[in-house]
Design a protein around this ligand. Structure first.
Ligand SMILES: Cc1cc2nc3c(=O)[nH]c(=O)nc-3n(C[C@H](O)[C@H](O)[C@H](O)COP(=O)(O)OP(=O)(O)OC[C@H]3O[C@@H](n4cnc5c(N)ncnc54)[C@H](O)[C@@H]3O)c2cc1C
Length: 470
């Protein structure tokens, strides 16, 4: 599609000279996503600085039926932030002010373009803790985190963005600014409207700011890498540690040996902290607000797990540097997997107890479709969320492997659905899974989603073609 020059001129005027670029070189990095799976195009990138500017932009887009795609840090993994049809790109990156940190009220108000690491650091400086933690910390933004309902490695203890949001400020398709920026912990005055926009991937409104929960800084944190013989033992270890610590686990990440080997081979300054190789590992972390020998409790639980054969060894971090080194092993897996050729990835969730069955049947099903495909399933076992990834067979052809994407996905998603799971645990729907959700959600649920979209965005200007089609 092409957008009339007169409309482009009005949009530029709405944000002023600092607020846009038409330079293809400047726009280019915003048109391709992290895995280079989606390549978009756009004649204009708007970079508003204020909420009224966003409002003015949407008034013009709505009046002229001009489609627009909101973008935060461009770390989304399902293509939602990419203007695939030549839409105007709306980058929230200049709205990067932390409006308020309230250490006593345990809340922060951050604009949509605030980078996650910036918010974590600001909370830390106020002796507080913002627990959302993703490998994309240094680039992803509050607005993107909310719009994708981001999860990450601390969901087990603190929940995902739906749980971490107290309120939002959102601009509707017609430019109306809705101030839902409440910092209340309780508010039973009807529909919880903010939740409509959280996880909506920019299809119902543009989030311009959010009130987010902060927590006391953990006084004690214990991190350990446990070697485990099989996935059923991982589920056993999770439950044992949760019981021993009274539910203080903040992370429980599954890592297969193949993923560790990829990290050790491709990522500098990494080393295996354990003496002997093991088929599986769990990177576990427990946090408490007060010091009460949490380390002793975790160590004892790990010793008893080793005695009972559900773990074979464990390395407990002795320092912050050792903790960082353990987490580097986990956080580098996606990067390391890139060095091993093409991969087919699924971000899925099943009930935690069903994970061993899911992995056994899922690996078998995928290898029936692509014999030799190398399973690299890892991630948030504690949340039932596995990144069920496969690398191209050793010495195999990338293009031939990727050509089987649909068949592999069908086998995986059918299994996930059959086990009562979700085909998108935390990355969202975007364009990648738009047709998939129609396959697996009920007709009534899809129709309700479409009705909401039609009501809030009757001209279909907000991120058209993503998440749900009307
Ligand atoms: C290495 C790596 C690791 C990752 N690990 C995790 C993980 O553990 N857990 C997890 O959940 N995700 C993970 N992700 C995915 C990604 O980081 C998250 O989805 C993140 O929340 C996206 O934020 P963003 O600012 O980059 O949003 P973008 O990618 O820019 O946008 C994502 C979606 O939100 C919409 N959007 C963005 N800003 C706004 C706004 N202000 N208003 C309305 N809509 C908006 C976009 O249109 C798009 O649909 C990972 C990504 C990478 C590259």
């Amino acid at each position: 599609m092409s957008i009339h020059p007169a409309v482009l001129a009005r949009l530029k005027e709405a944000v002023g000279p600092q607020g846009f670029t038409e330079d293809p070189h400047e726009i280019a990095p915003h048109l391709v996503e992290w895995r280079s799976r989606y390549q978009g195009h756009s004649p204009l990138m708007l970079r508003p600085k204020t909420t009224p500017e966003v409002s003015r932009v949407l008034v013009i887009c709505n009046e002229t039926s001009t489609p627009i795609v909101p973008q935060g840090g461009n770390t989304g993994l399902v293509g939602g932030q990419i203007p695939l049809g030549g839409e105007v790109l709306l980058s929230l990156s200049r709205m990067n002010r932390i409006r308020r940190i309230d250490p006593e009220g345990l809340s922060a108000i951050a604009e949509a373009g605030v980078i996650l690491a910036q918010l974590q650091n600001a909370a830390d400086a106020a002796d507080r803790y913002f627990p959302l933690s993703l490998a994309s910390d240094g680039s992803c933004t509050s607005g993107g985190n909310l719009s994708t309902n981001a999860g990450g490695v601390s969901v087990l203890r603190y929940g995902n963005m739906r749980d971490l949001a107290l309120g939002i400020e959102v601009v509707l398709a017609d430019g109306t600014v809705v101030d839902l920026l409440r910092i209340l912990r309780k508010d039973n005055t009807g529909y919880d409207l903010k939740q409509l926009f959280i996880g909506a991937e920019g299809t119902l409104g543009v989030i311009t700011a959010a009130a987010l929960k902060l927590f006391p800084k953990p006084a004690e944190r214990v991190s350990a890498l446990a070697a485990i013989p099989d996935v059923a033992s991982a589920v056993g270890l999770l439950n044992r540690l949760q019981s021993a610590t009274g539910g203080l686990l903040s992370a429980f990440e599954l890592i297969p040996r193949i993923a560790l080997e990829m990290v050790l081979a491709h990522i500098p300054q990494t080393s295996d902290p354990l003496a002997a190789p093991s088929p599986w590992y769990a990177l576990v972390e427990a946090e408490s607000g007060a010091r009460f020998s949490l380390r002793e409790i975790v160590e004892q639980a790990l010793f008893s797990a080793i005695a009972d054969g559900i773990a074979s060894d464990a390395a407990v971090a002795d320092s912050e540097a050792q903790r960082t080194a353990l987490w580097r092993l986990r956080e580098s897996i996606s990067e390391a997997q890139k060095h091993e050729g093409a991969s087919i990835k699924h971000d899925v969730a099943v009930p935690v107890a069903a994970i061993p069955e899911f992995l056994a049947r899922g690996i078998e099903a995928v290898q029936r479709v692509v014999p030799g495909a190398r399973p690299v399933p890892f991630g948030h076992l504690g949340d039932g969320n596995i990144h069920f990834n496969f690398s191209v067979p050793k010495g195999g052809d990338d293009t031939a492997f990727l050509a089987r994407w649909e068949d592999v996905t069908r086998a995986v998603h059918d299994l996930v659905h059959g086990l009562g799971g979700s085909i998108s645990a935390e990355h969202g729907v975007g364009v990648m899974k738009r047709e998939e959700i129609v396959r697996y959600k009920s007709a009534a649920e899809i129709e309700l989603m479409r009705a909401l979209k039609r009501t809030l965005d009757p001209n279909n200007i907000l991120n058209p073609g993503k998440l749900v089609e009307i």
